[in-house]
Design a protein around this ligand. Sequence first.
Ligand SMILES: *Cc1c(COP(=O)(O)O)cnc(C)c1O
Length: 382
Amino acid sequence: MKFATKLIHAGVEPDVASGAIMTPIYQTSTYVQEAPGVHKGYEYARTQNPTRTALEKNLAALENGKDAICFGSGLAAMDAILKMLNPGDEIVSTNDLYGGSYRLMVKGYEKYGIKAHFVDMTDEEAVRNAINSNTKLMWIETPTNPLLRIVDISAMCTIAHEFGLLAVVDNTFASPYLQKPIDLGADMVLHSATKYLGGHSDTVLGAVVTSTEEQADELRYVQNAAGAVPGPMDCFLVLRGIKTLHVRVRQACKNAKDIARFLKEHSAVDNVYYPGFEDHPGHKIAKKQMKKFGAMVSFDLKNDTIENANAVLSGTKFFSLAESLGGVESLIGHPASMTHGAIPREQRLKVGLTDSLIRLSIGIEDYEDLLSDLEVALSKAK
Ligand SMILES: *Cc1c(COP(=O)(O)O)cnc(C)c1O
């Protein structure tokens, strides 16, 4: 099966009882047994649910993995992976990591004796230097948020395997339409399906796709034992969203490319962060490992103040001011005061996260409307 066919058909069968073409929302907590222990493979809905099973099979196929295990959110999925570690183990990760992932590693797991090191993952030497005999896990995220840096997945996985580490890629920003980390050597892939996979800003869900049955068994144990499972309605919504992933992401990438070019020419705009530009430091790697350059674009203003950013942020009509990304509708955000507000200003500026930095999640509206929306908003910049 090719990719678009997998999106629509993998893991999904017409309902046996009725022939319904859409996977039913099995809104049930338990399953009736014919006799003690005689059942259809389903006993209790924390352990298994047919709507969830369909989504898990579909996700495993999309990422060319062995299996997938779904959780109540992207961070719950990450939590299950971190539970595979033991006290004394260490993690090596990127210094440009999703804020919630950073928080979970540091505030969530340091007290259990797990230490994370955050390095510039575009620097192979820095990565090697951060690995020691206790390091067990490499956590990769690319493109990064909000500066859209690109990490070379296959180079990182090669280093990880040289030292016997598990290599995990958070593939939320790219989606499996643009990037397939397991094909590039990753052991596991994390998704916040809340974003591109669901695609309609109507649910929160997470998943891990594994490359071996052993990893899947371990995660399935955590899924059942800790119980951070998604409800069947959420699994249904993600399954439905996935069917149009390719057309949505293709259109969003096209809009993003045109908007990035427009921003680059604008007199009020300073830097534009978009891996599709040939002078982006990660452009060559992005071209190698991604199908297109994604639909996230960040930029900052020549007059770099929070007030100036606010003038632009409150001047849009179709770009809604909100956290999150990956939906059909375009969103605009201000990392310094929203997603990255907890990072001290000095540290923020050091990594290039300026006061006026604005992040766009480009949706699939008509390009002309998005463009005139930004034109009006940017005319408010001083
Ligand atoms: C949103 C996000 C997460 C967390 O996912 P939730 O579904 O919100 O828990 C993890 N990684 C990245 C890159 C994200 O954008």
